[in-house]
Write a protein that binds this ligand. Structure first.
Ligand SMILES: Cc1cc2nc3c(=O)[nH]c(=O)nc-3n(C[C@H](O)[C@H](O)[C@H](O)COP(=O)(O)OP(=O)(O)OC[C@H]3O[C@@H](n4cnc5c(N)ncnc54)[C@H](O)[C@@H]3O)c2cc1C
Length: 396
């Protein structure tokens, strides 16, 4: 039987992470929401670093554990929920845990993990003409055999952490005529000539996290900065190398969604309890008020999303293929978080919509979890294709 009840160690880390989120992250949440891009590096990074120190582990441990070390320990994912419960934007800005770091741990060699694993690394897949259909990307990488360097050209948009990151994992094609199989990922360090940050977005949510665009113009990087093999396997599995990254990042986005939604739900329940509501778990549906039923239903939805996420992570920890389960966790968590935060705003009336409280912010912060790393619709498409055994061409 699969059992996801937390061990004593996991529960302890959860408590410590929640304590750090409550004391260090939550208090600076509104500040960074108000002042997007005006991030006070020292204040912000100190808060995150202290949080990490407080829970007695490096964020890197989470990625190592998720990607490489077999086992059943869920403490990394459990702690991540607490950080995002503290604040999504601030946590996305934490060093070492960029989406690019996940890519490096998912497909990088030991040597690449040594070289880049500790740098805050963003992930650049999306382009003006390629979002959901990541196979449509136009950025190119050509090998200059005289210098043994990759030469990258193209444009990348909506890169999370674009300003603050130290490196970016860039998806580019070795040969556009060979389709998806020729798409590879490359680590490009900030400061590399020909790699320019061109724009920063002004966003609706996760405003403590910066998002920006890059231009790659004859940008030269060392040969060893390619993640995985340069071989183009057209017939079988060519695209799977880069797609493996999503198997790791989608459960991470799912737990982010759950953290944000739980923040809104915990707060809403507290306020409703002060107003005299109780939330019994042992009464028939017909005896519950609409408010009681709504709250219990939201809790149930988040618990389902959490269990799906634990399953996706547990499978990954055991080295099992988890693409279907990763998509399921993200589809359920992203959608549930969006609905839960909206309902919390509604239940709290005008004050839910006011900036006096953080509920309106959680509603804005949650939406991105149903968009990036593949939208909810795209996850449903992947799930349907996998269950029905359809090829991409048969269901799009
Ligand atoms: C704040 C923010 C941060 C981001 N961070 C990153 C990042 O770090 N790195 C990165 O590479 N990208 C990032 N993105 C980009 C994000 O991953 C894309 O926006 C997302 O993949 C969707 O692509 P798109 O915007 O081009 O939408 P489109 O692909 O144009 O889709 C538009 C709509 O159509 C739907 N749709 C598309 N195709 C289908 C289909 N076949 N069936 C049904 N519905 C479909 C989609 O679900 C969506 O609702 C970020 C975006 C935002 C807003």
């Amino acid at each position: 039987m699969i059992d996801f009840s937390l061990t004593k160690r996991e529960r302890k880390l959860q408590r410590m992470a929640n304590d750090a989120a409550r004391k260090l992250i939550r208090p600076i949440a509104r500040y960074y929401d108000d002042y997007e891009h005006e991030h006070d590096e020292i204040k912000e990074r100190d808060a995150i670093r202290q949080a990490q120190a407080d829970i007695g582990m490096q964020s890197l441990t989470l990625l190592r554990q998720l990607g490489k070390e077999p086992g059943t320990d869920l403490s990394g994912i459990v702690a991540t929920e607490e950080y995002y419960w503290g604040d999504a934007g601030v946590s996305l800005g934490a060093p070492n845990v960029g989406l690019g770091n996940a890519a490096i741990f998912a497909v990088g060699t030991k040597e690449q993990i040594e070289r880049f694993g500790r740098k805050y690394t963003a992930m650049a897949i999306t382009e003006p003409g390629a979002g959901s259909d990541s196979a449509a990307i136009r950025a190119t990488a050509k090998l200059d055999q005289s210098t043994n360097e990759w030469v990258l050209n193209g444009e990348k948009i909506f890169v999370t952490g674009a300003d603050r990151c130290e490196a970016v994992v860039v998806w580019a094609s070795l040969d556009r005529s060979q389709g998806r199989a020729a798409i590879k990922s490359f680590v490009v360090e900030k400061g590399t000539p020909g790699f320019t940050l061109t724009k920063l977005e002004n966003k609706c949510g996760i405003r403590a996290s910066d998002t920006g665009s890059f231009a790659l113009e004859d940008c030269r990087i060392p040969y060893d900065n390619i993640l995985g093999t340069p071989e183009i396997k057209v017939k079988k599995g060519g695209f799977q190398g880069v797609m493996k990254t999503f198997d790791m990042t989608r459960p991470l986005v799912a737990i982010q969604a759950i953290g944000v939604a739980r923040a809104a739900l915990d707060f809403t329940k507290e306020k409703l309890e002060v107003a005299g509501y109780t939330f019994p778990y042992d009464r028939p549906l017909g005896e519950l008020s609409v408010i009681q039923h709504t709250v219990l239903e939201m809790e149930a939805n988040l618990e389902v999303a959490r269990l799906l996420t634990y399953r996706a992570v547990a499978m990954m920890n055991q080295g099992l293929r988890n693409s279907l389960e990763a998509s399921m966790s993200k589809a359920k968590a992203g959608r549930s978080a969006t609905l839960v935060t909206q309902k919390c705003v509604a239940l709290l009336g005008p004050l839910g919509y006011s900036r006096e409280w953080l509920v309106e912010k959680w509603m804005r912060d949650s939406k991105i979890t149903d968009l990036f790393e593949g939208t909810g619709q795209i996850q449903m498409l992947i799930i349907a294709r996998t269950i029905l055994g359809f090829q991409r061409e048969q269901l799009k």
